[in-house]
Design a protein around this ligand. Structure first.
Ligand code: SF4
Ligand code: SF4
Length: 82
């Protein structure tokens, strides 16, 4: 009987721990820039939190991105999406 309760308690604990990890999963949903990027710099200038780095194609830092969508709306090449 105690063994069953321990297993149930373990499953409940795992369930609540998985709920606590949900924000990390959402972070992985940050906007991304595809190979269609023209390196024009519009998104970098538009980003309110300086989450975009210049390069051959531009890159979004998922840890800084607040998912406001401004860059995707401004991109002339439609290279930015979730
Ligand atoms: S606005 Fe679009 S095309 Fe311009 S640098 Fe950003 S992702 Fe690339
Ligand atoms: S979604 Fe907003 S915060 Fe994230 S990179 Fe684009 S402009 Fe910056």
């Amino acid at each position: 009987m105690n063994k069953i309760k321990r297993e149930q308690a373990k499953k409940i604990k795992e369930y609540f721990l998985s709920l606590c990890k949900e924000p990390e999963k959402q972070k992985n949903m940050a906007y991304k820039i595809s190979d269609a990027c023209l390196a024009c710099g519009t998104c970098k200038e538009a980003c309110p939190v300086e989450a975009i780095t210049a390069g051959d194609i531009y890159v979004i830092d998922a840890d800084k991105c607040i998912e406001c969508g401004t860059c995707a709306a401004e991109c002339p090449a439609e290279a930015i999406s979730l």
